[in-house]
Design a protein around this ligand. Structure first.
Ligand SMILES: [Zn+2]
Length: 112
């Protein structure tokens, strides 16, 4: 699980998980994974609605279930595939449309 450092209102540096949509649903449906805000460690055997569980790594009572992190807005959801941004997909669709139009035009010419 990727993690990202952030500062709390009190100025303490904590961590929040960075998940793709696919990872997000994976963790939602395969419950049992929690995340420690204090050190960013993944904890197993955690209920999705766990609040302030004890971290098995740093022993801070800052382990939360994925569902709770979502509710608190502490999940950084990222695009599924950063390698293929949306504009490239649009660009491709545009080109495909151009090709289709060209082919149609060509066929019309031939049928004359
Ligand atoms: Zn921890």
């Amino acid at each position: 699980m990727e993690k990202q450092a952030y500062k709390t209102k009190k100025g303490i540096t904590q961590f929040k998980p960075v998940l793709t949509v696919a990872e997000m649903s994976h963790y939602q449906f395969n419950s049992g994974t929690g995340f420690c805000l204090a050190c960013g460690a993944e904890n197993d055997g955690v209920d999705p609605d766990c609040l302030r569980g004890e971290c098995e790594v740093c022993e801070a009572k800052k382990v939360y279930g994925i569902e709770e992190l979502m509710v608190m807005g502490l999940v950084n959801l990222v695009d599924e595939s950063p390698a293929t941004p949306d504009f490239e997909a649009d660009d491709f669709a545009l080109r495909a449309a151009d090709v289709a139009e060209f082919q149609q035009h060509h066929q019309q010419k031939e049928s004359r």
